[in-house]
Design a protein. Structure first.
Length: 202
């Protein structure tokens, strides 16, 4: 029931931004093929944090999109053979992971969690292998789908070698992203009954 109410609230906003995109707004530049995102990898805190770039393919995407993410972990977790919970972090409307998420990620690491922050499709460091006709395109359904893509990526154990416990996952969202994670969490009990999951908003 929660996800129905969520989409009922999101629909009017989505229609506004869809109309704006048709008129040329929010289609700021074409997407890039094999976009160079190396400049992003030098942003954010490094002290006391192991950070790695994680590339997450989006399945069944017409442009073969890849989500660009940063994985923050306490130092030496991977080499200690321990597993820790992971916080998947999503930004708000029009945001990117380098716009303030790093300090929250570092706080989660200090508390003993891993943090995985990512850019939505066509934002920030995320890119497409096939040229897309838009960039910085705000689409709530696409953002929601991207959260599910990252969640599935973690649940499949792709970060296990980094010390991530793929059965202890927290979804966290900032602003508009908080609504997305609430909706995503509402779908979890039936789809993933074995996972201990919760959502948070900021």
């Amino acid at each position: 029931m929660l996800w129905i109410l969520y989409f009922a609230m999101v629909l009017p906003i989505a229609l506004i931004f869809f109309q704006m995109s048709i008129n040329g707004h929010y289609r700021l530049a074409p997407d890039f093929v094999h976009q160079d995102t190396s400049f992003l990898d030098n942003l954010g805190p490094e002290d006391g944090v192991d950070r790695k770039v994680v590339l997450i393919p989006v399945k069944n995407d017409p442009y073969d999109s890849v989500l660009h993410a940063w994985l923050y972990m306490p130092e030496n977790v991977a080499s200690s053979n321990t597993k820790i919970p992971i916080v998947i972090m999503s930004h708000g409307i029009g945001g990117q992971k380098d716009m303030g998420l790093a300090r929250y990620g570092k706080a989660f690491v200090k508390a003993g969690y891993g943090a995985l922050m990512f850019d939505y499709r066509h934002f920030g460091g995320s890119y497409s292998l096939k040229k897309a006709p838009f960039r910085n395109y705000i689409n709530p359904w696409m953002h929601y789908s991207d959260i599910q893509t990252v969640l599935q990526f973690v649940q499949e154990g792709n970060l296990a070698k980094e010390g991530v416990d793929n059965e202890k996952i927290i979804l966290w969202g900032s602003s508009f992203g908080g609504g997305h994670v609430l909706a995503a969490t509402a779908t979890l009990p039936e789809r993933h009954p074995s996972n201990s999951s919760m959502s948070g908003t900021h």
